[in-house]
Design a protein around this ligand. Sequence first.
Ligand code: NAD
Ligand code: UGA
Length: 295
Amino acid sequence: LEREKRILVTGGAGFVGSHLVDRLMIEGHEVTVVDNFFTGRKRNVEHWIGHENFELINHDIVNPLFIEVDQIYHLASPASPPNYMYNPVKTIKTNTIGTNNMLGLAKRVRGRLLLASTSEVYGDPEIHPQPEEYWGHVNPIGPRACYDEGKRVAETMCYAYAKQDGIQVRVARIFNTFGPRMHMNDGRVVYGEGQQTRSFQYVSDLVDGLVKLMNRGTSKIVKKPAMQDDPKKRKPDITKAKNYLNWSPQVPMLEGINRTIEYFFNELRRSKHSERNFHVPETDSLKSYHKTNLI
Ligand code: NAD
Ligand code: UGA
C-alpha cells in the first residue's frame, strides 16, 4: 500500500478536482483543497467537510500560499470558454502568477507538482491525432488566447523550475472530459454547424490517469529533433500513456453519458424543488514532463 501523503489540490472544488479529491480521500491521504469558488462549488466537496483528513481553504492562488505538502495537483483555472473568456486577464493571472506561486510552493517544500494543462495548447491542430511532440497552432491574440497561452506559459514555467531548481513536475494535457459535476452550460461542440469532432473521456478515467502520472517515477528527458480559433478536429495520440502509465480509458461512452444524464436529471429536479438558480458554469483528456496525452 502506498504511503499516505499530504496532498494539495488547487481547484479541488471544481468538476475534475472534486472527483480527484474523492479518490485521494478514499485512498487515505491528507487532502487540502484550495479554491476561490470562481467556477467551483463547495457542494462538490461538502461530503468531506468535517473529515479529519480534509481541509478546505478559500484562497485565490494569484496570492502566495504557504502550507506544508508532499504533492500538488494544480488544477485551479477556469476551463470552459464561457468561463475563461468572462475575465481574460484574471484567467491569464491565474495560469501564470498562480502557477508561479504553486511552483514556488513546490520548490520550498521540495514537493512534486502536476499541472492540469489542456489539449488547447495545440490550438486548432494541423495534425491528427496530436502526439506530445506537436508544438501546436495557437492564435496568440484570439479570444481563446488567455487560456491557451496561459496554459502554455504554465507548462513552460513547470519545465523552467524543473531545469533550474530540480522541481519534479508532471504536465497532463487534458482533452474533453465529461461526467457528474461538470458545468451545465459547458456548451462545447454544440456551437457552429456542429461538425467539429473531439475525443471525450469519462472523468474517472481522467482521475486515474492523473494519479498514475503523478506517482510514476520521473523518466529521463529524451531530446528529440523538433517536429515541426475553435479547433475543427481533435484526437490525442495516447500511445505514451498506454506504454508508460499502462493507462487507457475504461468507461464506455454510452455508460459515461448515462451516468452524466442521471446526475443532470437529479440536479435539475433538485433545483426545481429549491426554486433557486444554481450555479451552472462547464467542461474538456491528458499529457507530461515525460509528456502524456490522456484523452
Ligand atoms: P472547473 O471550472 O470545474 O474547476 C476549476 C476550479 O478552479 C474551480 O473550482 C474554480 O473555482 C477554481 N479556480 C479558478 N481560478 C482560481 C483561482 N484564481 N484561485 C483558486 N481557485 C481557482 O474546471 P475543470 O473542468 O474541473 O478543470 C480543472 C482543470 O483541468 C483546469 O485547470 C482545466 O484547465 C483543466 N482541463 C479540464 C478539461 C475538462 O474537460 N474538464 C480539459 C482540459 C483541461
Ligand atoms: C524566482 C525564481 O525561483 C528565481 O530563480 C529567480 O531568480 C527569481 O524568481 C527572479 O525573479 O529573479 P522568487 O520569485 O523569489 O524566485 O521565488 P520562488 O521561490 O521561485 O517562488 C515563486 C512564487 O511562489 C513567489 O511569488 C512566492 O511568493 C510564491 N510562494 C513561494 C508561495 O506562494 N508559497 C511558498 O511556499 C513559496
